[in-house]
Design a binder for this molecule. Sequence first.
Ligand code: MD6
Ligand code: FE
Length: 196
Amino acid sequence: MTGDVALLRGFAGDALVDDVARTAASAPFRHMVTPGGFRMSVAMTNCGPLGWVTDRKGYRYSAVDPESGQPWPAMPESFRELAYKAAREAGFAGFTPDACLINRYAPGAKMSLHQDKDERDFSQPLVSVSLGLPAVFLFGGLSRKDKVERVPLRHGDVVVWGGAARLFYHGIMPIKDGMHPLTGAFRFNLTFRRAQ
Ligand code: MD6
Ligand code: FE
């Protein structure tokens, strides 16, 4: 991967899994619908001041959970600290995310190639944490047609990307069947962003 991407193997600790469960207890995972009308195979929830949502009207950040009308759960201190430290390690000092999207993949679930471009300031990095079942991350370029690199991601791995890579296309191959001692038959991904 390019110099604007840092892969920090095993950087995240097991305790984050408990905070995922606590977050999901107040804002349950749900399968959102894309603007094109497709139900996503990945189930999602959010924590922090802003949450990423999609429905027939489009992609956006929302301060409230559309399912409950309530604010998203607070971002656990463990999440904040991990995002800050990982970004610093990768050369982005002072990262203070205002949004954390939590993706839950069951075997077979995937994420098609996409860009993260609903945020205001592309000079801010993205910090992405993998927990539970392994995945193959697809990492392309600025054009959807660019060649795609396949990067295996395992429990505890953290990817930080910014700079020239900030708008690169990326995705997740269908998750393989498996069992993880901490997450069972799921992979979780936390993506920290500065949305506003
Ligand atoms: C995933 N990740 O790992 C999906 N986006 O499940 C993403 O879509 C992603 O890992 C922006 C930055 C980092 C990511
Ligand atoms: Fe993404």
